[in-house]
Design a protein around this ligand. Structure first.
Ligand code: GLU
Length: 450
């Protein structure tokens, strides 16, 4: 297991520019499970520096989605409230000569990039801006150009031990100095993220593999700001069942949509926690078993396949193990009043919690029994045990009836099911019978609507 010496502090850092999809949920889940497993803290950080695209409804939606999954946070931070802190870090880095002003237009940069590629050279930014004099800069600004700012990378290898990907290294000489502040003064994600990770004392950065390429520059930024970098764990890409990147189908895989489809949140967590591991996917009745088995060492490096059909199946299997307390507030009021005995009777036959109501007429409503053999049912009524009834009554009754009638198997059981439920199949009769009760059972055996 991954060695953890002190309680970790982790963060999940979505941008509120849309609702969460299963890929985000996976990053959130691993952060949360890791924090809970090691007695640490889980920070929800809303990366809302992009003021045009971030909205309050999305910020609220993300929080709703996380609560629905059961992934509650210990601290909530919004980057939009922290610009003064980022500005202070920016000024320190400028003073230290690690941020430098650049004036190239996107067209100029693209032209240079193409030229380098045509020469068969890597398209690395040539740091021309570092050679500008004060007079050059004054002239460019007088022309109306606003600078964007790059972070000057130190040359050489940056190495880190990734908790999923093992030893990693990036040769920074092969990388362009990243732009961290745009010409309009807005921050790209890199600098605020590192400043926050330092301020919130983040110990482990757990996120998708798509961020691996940012990591080396971020490690240099941590050091430039006088901090030790955290540990990193980059989760392999999640791909759709067809092997394509999930992002192509984001719309249909948002958590909000899955919730609309009555997918069980514990099924989403159960599946996401196991994808890309060799552990079997099993339904869970709480997040605890996932916490107990959370370990980066179990995660493989290959892309993890996510198939919606697997989620549907696991959602049903999850219902079949959920206790009534987990579903009570989603049950039809009449079903909720019947409580645990009813839930335990029907849960194994449900695809959605709401479907429990379909079985209400069988135990407390009126139905027209299906009578195939009235004489047999009359015989059944004669040996029907007196109340009180329990889950054992069905066995007592049908054993007596087997003896009296000489029937067994389907010939014995099926006419009883048809008479008592008017359906071909359904929950275990042993659990249903006490809920139906003796008077209603007798009426239905006579063929009366009851
Ligand atoms: N806001 C970034 C994203 O959503 C956070 C990445 C990170 O975890 O560092 O991709």
């Amino acid at each position: 297991m991954t060695a953890v010496t002190a309680p970790p502090v982790v963060r999940f850092a979505p941008s509120p520019t849309g609702r969460l999809h299963v890929g985000n949920a996976r990053a959130a889940l691993f952060n949360w499970l890791f924090a809970r497993r090691h007695g640490g803290r889980f920070v929800l950080r809303l990366d809302d520096t992009d003021r045009d695209r971030s909205t309050e409804p999305f910020a609220q939606g993300i929080q709703d989605d996380l609560c629905w999954l059961g992934l509650t946070w210990d601290r909530l931070e919004r980057q939009s409230a922290r610009f003064a802190t980022y500005d202070a870090a920016r000024d320190r880095l400028i003073a230290a000569g690690r941020l430098y002003a650049c004036y190239e237009t996107p067209q100029e940069l693209e032209f240079r990039r193409k030229r380098l590629l045509a020469q068969g050279r890597p398209p690395v930014y040539d740091r021309a801006a570092l050679r500008l004099t004060d007079a050059d800069r004054a002239r460019l600004e007088a022309e109306g150009r606003q600078p964007h700012w790059r972070f000057r990378l130190e040359p050489g290898d940056v190495r880190w031990h990734d908790l999923v990907r093992a030893e990693q290294h990036v040769d920074e000489s092969s990388q362009s100095d990243p732009v961290v502040i745009r010409a309009d003064g807005s921050y790209l994600y890199t600098l605020p993220s590192v400043v926050d990770d330092i301020d919130f004392a983040i110990t482990h950065v757990i996120r998708g593999e798509d961020h691996v390429t940012n990591t080396a520059a971020q490690i240099q930024l941590f050091r430039a700001l006088g901090a030790e970098p955290p540990l990193f764990a980059h989760l392999p890409l999640l791909v759709g069942g067809d092997g394509h990147s999930l992002s192509k189908r984001l719309g249909s895989l948002s958590l909000a949509d899955l919730r609309q489809q009555d997918i069980e949140p514990l099924a989403i967590c159960g599946l996401l926690a196991r994808l890309g591991t060799s552990d079997p996917v099993e339904p869970v009745a709480s997040l605890q078993p996932l916490i107990d088995t959370m370990d980066f060492a179990r995660i493989g490096r290959a892309p993890a396949r996510f198939a919606e059909a697997d989620l549907q199946t696991l959602s049903q299997r999850t219902l079949h193990v959920l206790p009534v307390d987990s579903v009570r507030d989603r049950l039809d009021p009449a079903a909720a009043r019947l409580g645990e005995p009813f839930w335990l009777a029907v849960r194994g036959n449900l695809a959605r919690v709401a479907d429990a109501a379909d079985w209400l007429p069988v135990v407390q409503g009126t139905l027209q029994p299906v009578v195939e053999d009235a004489a047999f049912l009359a015989q059944a009524a004669e040996v029907l045990p007196p109340e009180p009834w329990s889950d054992g009554t069905w066995k007592t009754w049908t054993s007596a009836l087997a003896k009296a009638s000489g029937r067994k198997g389907r010939a014995l059981f099926h006419p009883l099911r048809l008479a008592l439920t008017a359906r071909e199949q359904g929950p275990e009769m042993a659990r249903l019978l006490p809920l139906i009760g003796r008077p209603r059972t007798l009426a239905r055996l006579r063929g009366d609507a009851a």
